[in-house]
Design a protein around this ligand. Structure first.
Ligand code: SF4
Length: 471
């Protein structure tokens, strides 16, 4: 059987790896697979330039329909974890039907979803598990339309993700994306991981064995000659026993520079030493806000500011560069919160980047209850952590100024940062063009030898050219 998968959005996300794994599962059963990929350039998920006007002017839905028809599929598989792409999928399916396509369509979702005539089959549950069972038990593509399966897959029993699916789109040599785990022990109110854990149960949060991860990385080294590894686990540096077992083998067998996520509350000197010795070049921490009341009551995050500052101090001591994720648009945030954060960030020695995110109110997440009325009433509400500027009307200009400021803050001296904070001088960022901020970020990246920035600089223009050429 020929199976065509679909993916929309930037590559460096868990959904891309899930799609690769689904393809690998299909191949295990002897099926041929193909991918139709909408890179969503300038769209909501574009974390470099998100511009609805530009996106509209370059959009070419007919081209995607043409690509689907060229794959001559028997089965179309749409993975859409929490229904963020349902409208895009429906429009694409309508185009395929209009063009005479008659393949059966499968919709795979992690959360409950209403049955829909648009799809021949709706699979609900952990995608790797439900899709495997579907292929195994429904080879006749039998009659039941909705197929649910509780439980989670054995991660060590899954095949290595089929990277060839994205060949031609992603240069794996520059940067190889890997997950050593699924889920997160946290329960933050705005996070997709919490939604997935609620949908699939407490067992959702688990980790692959070191040998399974190393087998994937060894294959990637041989096949692509990869130069760096990005661990995209929600929190890579969390279980010290696992790290103690994994990292020495990683040093011996892979020995490539890598980046990963850590959680301040469970970070300590031993972890910093292990990461540094194993060629970790940057650790990313979720900060979101230094207002502990907002953090606790609205975001449902538990760690204290003291834990975050202690983790930064440990990284400074071990000369380990770090990024801080900061969130804008939290209900009840204030100017004072941003000034406090700026004061703390300005003191940090090895801070690489403050990654500015905008709060997204996923409909399935707890935070949705705290969303503004206009969002609650907008059934088409869609946003991404990098698109537009979030916040209440009285905070939007302030947030826009601080987002620009934070992007270049690590470049400025302590005295220069104090100057910006005083007498409301941060307001001048309103007039600083985005291009200048981008130039500042580039200088910062060069100063810190930020490999991630280099990858984007290299790959983003290629993506634009590919989109213009319609390939
Ligand atoms: S700690 Fe991070 S990944 Fe985990 S639930 Fe919170 S935001 Fe999500």
């Amino acid at each position: 059987m020929k199976i065509t998968f679909f993916y929309k959005g930037r590559y460096f996300l868990q959904d891309a790896v899930v799609t690769e794994t689904l393809s690998a599962i299909a191949k295990r059963y002897g099926h041929a697979t193909a991918l139709v990929y909408d890179q969503d350039i300038f769209g909501l998920s574009d974390n470099i330039i998100s511009s609805p006007a530009l996106h509209r002017s370059f959009a070419n839905p007919k081209n995607f329909v043409k690509k689907v028809m060229e794959t001559d599929p028997d089965l179309l598989v749409f993975y859409d974890a929490i229904h963020l792409n349902r409208n895009w999928i429906r429009a694409l399916l309508a185009g395929i039907t209009q063009a005479g396509g008659c393949a059966k369509a499968v919709y795979l979702s992690c959360v409950e979803t209403p049955d829909s005539e648009d799809f021949n089959f709706t699979l609900i549950g952990e995608p790797e598990l439900t899709f495997d069972l579907f292929l195994r038990e429904r080879q006749d593509l039998g009659s039941a339309r909705v197929f649910r399966h509780p439980g989670v897959a054995d991660l060590n029993g899954l095949p290595i993700p089929d990277k060839s699916l994205f060949d031609g789109y992603i240069d794996f040599k520059d940067s190889y994306l890997v997950f050593t785990s699924k889920g997160c022990p946290g329960r933050c109110s705005y996070c997709l991981e919490t939604v997935l854990k609620d949908a699939m149960g407490a067992h959702y949060c688990r980790r692959r064995s070191p040998w399974h991860v190393l087998a994937e990385l060894k294959a990637a080294k041989e096949r692509y000659g990869i130069k760096e590894v990005i661990y995209k686990d929600s929190i890579f540096a969390i279980n010290k026993d696992w790290l103690r077992e994994y990292l020495p083998q990683y040093r011996e067998q892979i020995a490539l520079p890598f980046k990963c996520f850590a959680k301040a509350g469970s970070f300590d000197a031993e972890m910093a030493r292990m990461l540094k010795e194993s060629r970790c070049y940057c650790v990313e921490f979720g900060v979101q806000t230094f207002n502990e009341s907002l953090k606790h009551n609205i975001l449902a995050r538990e760690e204290k500011n003291t834990a975050i500052q202690a983790a930064f101090a440990i990284c400074d001591e071990y000369d380990l560069t770090y990024d801080a994720d900061h969130l804008f648009g939290i209900p009840q945030e204030s100017l004072e919160d941003h000034l406090t954060a700026a004061g703390i960030y300005a003191q940090l020695r090895r801070l690489n980047r403050i990654k500015c995110h905008n709060l997204v109110f996923y409909r399935h997440a707890k935070i949705f209850e705290s969303s503004p009325v206009d969002i609650k009433n907008d059934s088409n509400y869609q946003a991404d952590f990098f698109s537009s500027i979030a916040g209440s009307p009285d905070m939007r200009v302030i947030n826009a100024c601080f987002q620009k400021y934070f992007k270049i803050l690590p470049l400025l001296s302590t005295a220069a940062n104090a100057f910006v904070r005083n007498k409301h001088r941060w307001k001048f960022f309103k007039f600083v063009p985005d291009g200048l901020i981008m130039a500042g970020m580039l200088i910062l990246a060069m100063k810190n030898r930020d490999k991630r920035f280099r990858v984007y600089l290299k790959q983003y223009p290629r993506m634009i050219i590919r989109m213009i050429r319609g390939v």
